[in-house]
Design a binder for this molecule. Structure first.
Ligand SMILES: [Zn+2]
Length: 173
């Protein structure tokens, strides 16, 4: 925790380039490319850097826990085979094999690529307790997980399309 505050302070003092080179917190993620777990580092950016990288809607959803309007994401209807990566850091989050049409208007999956790649937080906004889902590497907000999904998990990862970038299988190689 202290390291993080110091890192942030140094980043603020010396500007944008320095933050990326500081030793960030190591984390274990699953890589589809390598078909194995590997160690990586948290992606940490300043508010200004995020604003530069993301569209205003992406910033609102991913960094301020917003929600895109239902049925607005072009990713909602995609049925092609491929991987859905984090729009913030490129981490592999979901695979087309786990995607299904939940008829809610948001891209829905019954599981992530691996549980190691996502983080969960209890969200008590609007007097309802929900489970928030975010990217484990850059902590960008993705959506929520509900317990009314299909087999085999019974879970519904209700994800904002703007938080994801789809890479079709052939384009991935
Ligand atoms: Zn990310």
């Amino acid at each position: 925790m202290t390291m993080r505050i110091i890192g942030l302070a140094i980043g603020l003092l010396f500007g944008a380039g320095v933050t990326a080179t500081l030793a960030a917190e190591p984390i274990r993620i699953y890589s589809l490319d390598k078909a194995d777990y590997l160690m990586t580092e948290k992606v940490e950016k300043t508010e200004a850097q995020w604003r530069q990288l993301l569209t205003p809607l992406q910033y609102k959803v991913m960094r301020e826990q917003g929600t895109e309007a239902a049925y607005t994401s072009p990713l909602h209807a995609i049925k092609k085979e491929g991987v859905y990566r984090c729009a913030g850091c490129g981490l592999e989050l979901f695979h087309s094999d786990q995607k299904y049409d939940s008829v809610t208007g948001w891209p829905s999956f019954y599981a992530p690529v691996d549980r190691a790649n996502v983080g969960f937080e209890t969200d008590r906004k609007f007097f309802v307790t929900r489970t928030e889902v975010h990217c484990i590497r850059c902590e960008s907000h993705l959506g929520h997980v509900f317990e009314d999904g299909p087999k085999p998990t019974g879970l519904r990862y209700c994800i904002n399309g703007v938080s994801l970038v789809f890479k079709e299988k052939s384009a991935d190689k």
